[in-house]
Design a protein around this ligand. Structure first.
Ligand code: 5GP
Ligand code: MG
Length: 178
């Protein structure tokens, strides 16, 4: 019997179990360990979706590192500006730091590009992106996504931090829309 999950009006079926997620994160963690040990990297998680990925990934890292979070806030601007998105929450000075942005999922790359452009202004020593999930067929930007735990198709996923209209973030496994 396939375990179906109902969130609001949509049904989801299992896509990837927690063991497979954890092993993909461990593999990614090894690459990051190799590239960043001794550099005191600053990991910046993008809320809300990345909170579980950040928690599991940073625990694979041995040695000094710092962990922080940012959020893209959108609000209604003026008639001419329309909806404005703004990066909030960063307190650290990232100049000359080795920064790794931690994302739950990169789809078209629109969100990521905005974050990248904001952070690069502050002149970090290096700036890379690590994402749990990457949708290569949907990606439309030039910014290289160096660290990808899992490549997936274009279908909508929930669980392990990812939500459907607020629900599903607490699921241990990842589910796909039915
Ligand atoms: P992008 O700006 O790369 O097109 O989209 C990134 C954002 O869209 C993600 O941070 C996430 O909030 C949302 N998103 C894209 N694909 C999915 C998906 O399959 N499931 C969920 N839950 N959110 C997604
Ligand atoms: Mg997100």
């Amino acid at each position: 019997m396939i375990k179906k999950i109902q969130l609001h009006d949509k049904t989801f079926v299992p896509f990837m179990g927690s063991e497979q997620i954890q092993s993909a994160i461990e593999n990614l963690g090894k690459r990051i360990q190799k590239d960043y040990q001794g550099k005191n990297p600053l990991f910046i998680g993008v809320l809300n979706g990345s909170f579980l990925f950040v928690a599991d990934l940073v625990r694979t890292f041995e040695g000094d590192c710092e962990v922080s979070f940012i959020k893209m806030a959108s609000y209604e601007g003026t008639a001419t500006t329309g909806t404005v998105t703004e990066l909030i929450g960063l307190k650290e000075n990232i100049k000359d730091r080795h920064v790794v942005i931690l994302e739950d999922i990169v789809d078209t790359g629109t969100t990521l590009e905005k974050i990248y452009q904001e952070l690069i202004k502050d002149q970090p020593a290096s700036l890379e992106i690590a994402t749990l999930l990457f949708k290569p067929k949907a990606y439309q930007k030039e910014i290289p996504v160096k660290y990808v735990a899992l490549e997936v198709g274009n279908e909508f996923l929930v669980g392990y931090g990812l939500d459907y209209d607020g629900l599903g973030r607490n699921l241990k496994d990842i589910y796909i829309i039915h």
